[in-house]
Design a protein around this ligand. Structure first.
Ligand code: ACO
Length: 332
């Protein structure tokens, strides 16, 4: 790893990428598996379909595809990276980390640090904040930040109250030190008292033989998420001195369209300023924000100069946000 002697003033996103498994599972297919309907799922969640990883796909393989695309968009080589941070709740292995598996897949031999961050659906915002701080502190000049998940592997396909929600995928961003912002700031929070509302029982220390499926009291989580995201919008804008009207795009965690609509209302934004992928991707946990971001960057909606507000809420509970002034993609 290069060790620049000085701190870096700002951090910009140089490129984005994403990857989705080929297999699509529609609501119609789900309604043949559990007692539900396309109508109920669309009305209560906004989800129409989700992508499901095949046997030959994994969190690391999706992360690798998204990373290759992000590096290409940034005009950079994998060997240019000083840091890799992967946000995931569904790692390929207990260890090595998915970030280390990704480093090997990218063929990087420069010994840059690589590690995973686990904050469930807030994972990407946590990973972005971590890499942003590494670069600002002068411990890296470039970083690859990935959100990648195979949530289908921890889904109980007989539980209609939550199997309808999840999807698989990965999104990645390449960050670089810069003279101008970039990332205007990040806000992170957690409250560990709510494990019973949203958790997976199985774990290395508590027993891998326990249930590996997501258990969620959806209604309680929903209410908590709406209130918490409401507060973090105010906190973020106040902390970084922006008005609601300064935000060009809301790029939210894609859990449920009704949660997203509540945040947009709080911001006084019309839904055409919100990047929505929940209908196509469902809830891909840590992958959902970078997947949505890459979608809107590639279709030309997000333009240099736009201000993006990202926000997420997830298991833990964890929640967080990032404000970004968008800059030109590709080589500096
Ligand atoms: N199809 C048909 N009916 C259903 C289904 C289904 N798939 N699931 C539940 N129902 C029924 C229930 O049985 C209930 O019936 P009843 O009234 O006869 O008892 C009724 O629908 C209402 O159930 P609720 O659970 O109150 O439904 P709700 O409107 O809350 O929607 C949902 C459930 C979609 C899960 C919602 O609560 C939600 O999105 N919660 C938040 C999820 C979230 O954001 N999680 C955080 C991130 S995830 C992470 O970090 C890993």
């Amino acid at each position: 790893m290069r060790m620049p002697p000085e701190v870096n003033k700002h951090v910009q996103v140089a490129g984005t990428g994403s990857a989705l498994p080929e297999r699509i599972m529609t609501n119609a297919e789900l309604s043949r598996m559990v007692d539900t309907s396309d109508e109920w799922i669309v009305e209560r969640t906004g989800i129409r379909q989700r992508h499901i990883a095949g046997e030959d796909e994994s969190t690391a393989s999706l992360a690798w595809q998204a990373s290759v695309r992000a590096l290409e968009a940034a005009g950079m080589q994998a060997s240019d990276l000083d840091l890799i941070v992967v946000a995931t709740t569904t790692p390929d292995l207990v260890f090595p980390s998915t970030a280390c598996l990704l480093q090997a897949k990218l063929g990087i031999e420069n010994h840059c640090p690589a590690f995973d961050v686990q904050a469930v659906c807030s994972g990407f915002v946590y990973a972005l904040a971590t890499a942003d701080n590494f670069i600002r502190a002068g411990q890296a000049r470039t970083a690859l930040v990935v959100g990648a998940e195979t949530m289908s592997r921890i889904t109980d396909w007989t539980d209609r109250s939550n199997c309808i929600l999840w999807g698989d995928g990965a999104g990645a961003v390449v960050l670089r030190a810069a003279e101008e912002p970039g990332i205007l700031g990040t806000v992170l929070h957690a409250d560990g008292r709510y494990r019973d509302l949203l958790h997976v029982e199985a774990g290395v220390s508590s027993g891998l033989d326990k249930s590996r499926a997501v258990r969620m009291q959806g209604n309680a989580v929903f209410r908590f998420a709406v209130n918490t995201l409401d507060q973090i919008v105010d906190e973020t804008l106040t902390r970084f001195g922006l008005q609601k009207s300064d935000v060009s795009w809301l790029v939210p965690h894609q859990a449920n369209i009704r949660i997203i609509q509540a945040t947009a209302k709080k911001l006084g934004m019309s839904m055409d300023r919100v990047v929505l992928t929940v209908d196509q991707h469902a809830n891909t946990s840590a992958a959902s924000i970078p997947l949505a971001l890459d979608t809107a960057v590639r279709d030309g909606r997000i333009r240099p100069g736009d201000v993006l507000l990202m926000e997420a809420f997830g298991g833990g509970f964890t929640w967080g946000s990032a404000l970004i002034r968008w800059t030109q993609q590709g080589g500096a």
